[in-house]
Design a protein around this ligand. Structure first.
Ligand SMILES: *Cc1c(COP(=O)(O)O)cnc(C)c1O
Length: 496
């Protein structure tokens, strides 16, 4: 199906809705708007009928692939199970129709929910206090690292360097850089964990923090975490936990007990909010007590027999988001926590780990885990280097999976693995689904020798086939020109 752009459907004068003329006559906005605010060129909207619009978006929706369409083994970003009942809860008028500027006494219900969610997340992470403000994991990282900076400065011990392992997610070094720190990389060892010797060497009086994901981006649990925490603390630094992989450890072990001082959790990964398509997300941050005075404000407090906001926080790093976070996401997370309970959350982690190890076992020996061959947690990373020697790269295998009806795993991340394919099967997937996916992966592996052209040109069954990725990245066409000036071709060239 070839779906044209909505601008290509545009015909001059065509309308979806025709409004009657205003009863009191036409008000000319130019008469009262400041001249610099008056538009000088037409807005350039597509001119289409209602039917054009409905068909356009309905057709586009059939091209979508999501967790409601099929298996979505996207490593690192965790396409978790999102019970539909949580969407119902978030859509209740008592939550959805509130205004953030309503008087506190009229919103005691949602404030109670937020307070209980703070408490629940603190318990799960092993932290003493939580802010729900940050709107994503990366935003939580920035919040956490700014708090570490403020904490060290308040102690009269400003430090300049943040350490990150070479397997870290790109947001970790980006966060440290944005917060004004130097980034120093710590290499991994042969078992896929932090090389403790190299860490010892990197630690010093300039070390502000070590940012760590556990299990890490290879899906491997950091076995030396207690020793690592001791080393960082002995050097005067703090330990930051990137909680993007927390779905692997829920109810089994807590970052606070591993020695971490600051934690972010991605509610859209671990706590049941659908994600993809740009959000909204939520990245609450938990801290140990010494860092609590630096949390973003305002803070929820019990006052006058109810919940209210405390703005008098002299050491706070300040607000990091308008109002109090993405409340719809917070309602979903709360509903999920209450529905699962402690035992349910532990089962979520156990099933995530079981599914990943089952799938990994089914893919061997054709596909091999990268770096260390040991049991994984909720995800695993294959290196397609043997496949590359036979003529197909990780990218070719990923594109071919689309023909088999699957969303491809994350590829070429983490950067420490050549030809990386990072697979994370959702904890609620059935054995039959995992088996069908494994069968597809094994069939593709056989195709590399039997019919290599199938991989080289994949995908075959999609509207858009193989992209020129370099050109798409370097010459994006961001604006569609609807009415080219006379003598000017309508642009396919870059820069539009
Ligand atoms: C997704 C992810 C992040 C960033 O989180 P966002 O919510 O996407 O901003 C950081 N670290 C890891 C390991 C991740 O998987």
């Amino acid at each position: 199906m070839d779906v044209p752009l909505i601008f290509e459907r545009s015909r001059a004068g065509r309308r979806g809705v025709v409004l009657p003329p205003p009863e009191n006559g036409w008000v000319n906005p130019e008469a009262w708007l400041p001249p610099e605010l008056v538009r000088t060129a037409p807005l350039g909207l597509p001119e289409v009928s209602e039917q054009d619009v409905v068909r356009h978006y309905t057709q586009l929706s059939t091209l979508n692939y999501g967790v409601d369409t099929g298996f979505y083994p996207l490593g690192s970003c965790t396409m978790k199970y999102n019970p539909k009942v949580n969407d119902w809860a978030a859509g209740l008028a008592g939550f959805a129709d509130l205004h953030p500027l309503q008087p506190e006494e009229t919103v005691q219900g949602v404030l109670t929910l937020l307070a209980e969610l703070e408490g629940g997340l603190a318990e799960i992470a092993g932290m003493d206090a939580v802010t729900l403000q940050p709107a994503a994991g990366a935003h939580g990282e920035l919040t956490g690292i700014l708090m570490i900076k403020a904490y060290l400065a308040a102690r009269g011990d400003p430090r300049t360097t943040v350490l990150v392992p070479d397997s870290a997610h790109g947001t970790n070094p980006a966060t440290a850089t944005m917060a004004g720190f130097q980034v120093r990389e710590v290499p991994s060892n042969a078992r896929g964990g932090v090389d403790v010797g190299a860490l010892r060497h990197a630690l010093g009086p300039d070390t502000a923090a070590l940012m760590l994901t556990n299990p890490n981006t290879l899906g491997l649990f950091e076995e030396d975490i207690l020793e690592i925490a001791d080393l960082v603390h002995a050097a005067g630094g703090l330990l930051y936990y990137d909680g993007a992989n927390a779905n692997a450890i829920l109810g089994r072990v807590r970052p606070g007990d591993m020695g971490f001082d600051v934690v972010h959790l991605n509610l859209h990964k671990t706590f049941s909010t659908p994600h993809g398509g740009g959000g909204p997300g939520s990245g609450p941050v938990g801290v140990k007590a010494p860092l609590a005075p630096f949390l973003p404000g305002p803070r929820l407090v019990k006052q006058n027999g109810g919940w209210g906001w405390n703005y008098r926080l002299p050491q706070s790093i300040g607000k990091v988001r308008s109002y109090y976070g993405n409340v719809g996401v917070l309602v979903r997370a709360y509903a999920y926590l209450r529905a699962q309970g402690a035992a349910g959350l532990r089962e979520v982690a156990d099933m995530a780990v079981l599914n990943a190890n089952y799938l990994l076992a089914r893919l061997g020996p054709q596909y091999q885990t990268a770096i260390a061959r040991r049991p994984v947690k909720h995800e695993f990373v294959i290196s397609a280097v043997p496949q590359k020697h036979r003529g197909a790269r990780a990218l070719d295998i990923a594109k071919r999976l689309i023909d088999y009806g699957y969303y491809p795993p994350t590829v070429y991340f983490p950067l420490v693995v050549e030809e990386a394919m990072m697979v994370e099967p959702t904890e609620t997937e059935s054995k039959e689904t995992l088996d069908r996916f494994a069968d597809a992966m094994l069939a593709i592996d056989r195709e590399i020798d039997a019919s290599p052209e199938l991989l080289a040109e994949a995908p075959h069954g999609t509207v858009v086939s193989r992209m020129d990725e370099a050109r798409a990245a370097r010459q994006p066409r961001l604006v569609w020109e609807t009415s080219p000036r006379p003598g000017e071709a309508r642009g396919n060239q870059g820069g539009h």
